[in-house]
Structures are given as structure tokens and as C-alpha cells.
Ligand binder design. Structure first.
Ligand SMILES: Cc1cc2nc3c(=O)[nH]c(=O)nc-3n(C[C@H](O)[C@H](O)[C@H](O)COP(=O)(O)O)c2cc1C
Length: 181
């Protein structure tokens, strides 16, 4: 699949087969994600792969603010990735001050690029993913013993897709693009 096709045919997948996914395939995806750009090449994004069914169920039942869609997606997925970032690096100077007046903004920016790179790499290998933003950060941090110098940016459910959803309506290029010439 070429890059344009990979970008346009990726969809958020919330239903998966029972087939487990291997650590090896996730390592391959994380390897691809490591090529994502980041603030001054700080590479602050980390991935925690949860294959353990009991832990996954605990997150589904107690850590997604009772949001049914995410509960079902996580219960149904063979694996869940917690995407986190090491804090106080992206967008910061060495002395701990912010590099720009956008403050902490660049940490999330880096995490977003890595998340999409992860999802595209997974899609290229035939796996389905969905990025989830509705979760309880404090509770998940406890469940996975997240290091104190990290914050959670997103959850990504991953597995072999059993659905191929239509593309949710997109804005036109004319709505999105302003050209100054
Ligand atoms: C930052 C972010 C947070 C999201 N949070 C959720 C979520 O909590 N639950 C969910 O089912 N989908 C979530 N999504 C997926 C979006 O709903 C989805 O990307 C959008 O509807 C477009 O569909 P597509 O990904 O198939 O193109 C999230 C996506 C992003 C980028």
C-alpha cells in the first residue's frame, strides 16, 4: 500500500476478531513510530502494550469515565496501548523554562504525530486501531504503574479488524485550505 492510500483508507476500528496480536508485530509498529518527528528530536513518547485480559478489563470497567463506547472497544480489542509522554522536555529549554509562549503545547503535538504514525503503520500491516481520548488519567496511571515523570496522552485499541466503516464526512479542501499568493 502506498502512503497516500494508507492515509486515506485508515479508519478508526472499534470491533476486532478474537485473534490475539503478537508482541513482535507491535514492536514492528513502534519501530515505525520511532521515525516520527519530535521537538528537537526529544522522542518523549512511550508506549505501554497491555495484552493481559484482566488489566484490560479493569481499564475498560473503571478507567474510561463510564463511556460505553470505549468500554466496549477496549473489552473487545485483543490489546490496548497506553501512549504517554515524558514531561518537561518537549517545548522546554534545558533550564526548565518554556522555549515558546505555547508552553506545554508541544508535548501533545509530538504525541499526536506519534499516535497517527502508530495507527498508519498498524493499518499498513492490516491491523485496526482507534485513538481514544476519553479516559481517567489518574486511574490508568495507577493500573499500569506509570513512571511519575510521564503523562498519558491517549489510549489506542489495536487488533485485527472485523469491520470496515464508511469514512465519516470530511470537509472539502476549499474549506480547509487558505492560499495566500
Ligand atoms: C484526539 C482523539 C480522541 C479520540 N477519542 C475517541 C474516543 O474516546 N472514542 C472513540 O471511539 N473514538 C475516538 N476518536 C476517534 C474519532 O472519533 C475518529 O478519528 C473520527 O470520528 C474520524 O473517523 P476516522 O478515524 O475513521 O477517520 C478520537 C480521535 C482523536 C484524534
Amino acid at each position: 500500500m502506498d502512503a497516500m492510500e494508507c492515509i486515506s483508507s485508515r479508519r478508526s476500528i472499534r470491533k476486532f476478531t478474537n485473534q490475539p496480536i503478537t508482541k513482535e508485530i507491535v514492536k514492528k509498529i513502534v519501530q515505525a513510530s520511532s521515525y516520527a518527528p519530535s521537538w528537537k528530536n526529544t522522542q518523549t513518547v512511550r508506549y505501554c502494550l497491555i495484552l493481559d485480559t484482566a488489566k484490560k478489563r479493569e481499564i475498560a470497567q473503571n478507567c474510561v469515565m463510564d463511556f460505553k463506547l470505549n468500554q466496549n472497544t477496549i473489552e473487545n480489542a485483543p490489546a490496548l496501548v497506553v501512549l504517554s509522554s515524558v514531561t518537561m522536555r518537549s517545548g522546554y529549554e534545558k533550564d526548565g523554562s518554556f522555549s515558546t509562549d505555547k508552553g506545554m503545547h508541544w508535548q501533545s503535538f509530538d504525541a499526536g504525530i506519534s499516535a497517527q504514525t502508530f495507527c498508519l503503520a498498524a493499518h499498513d500491516l492490516g491491523l485496526g486501531t482507534v485513538i481514544m481520548g476519553i479516559f481517567d488519567e489518574k486511574k490508568i496511571s495507577e493500573v499500569i504503574s506509570l513512571p511519575h515523570d510521564q503523562q498519558i496522552s491517549a489510549l489506542i485499541a489495536i487488533g485485527w479488524p472485523v469491520e470496515s466503516p464508511n469514512i465519516p464526512k470530511r470537509k472539502t479542501v476549499d474549506e480547509l485550505l487558505q492560499i495566500i499568493e
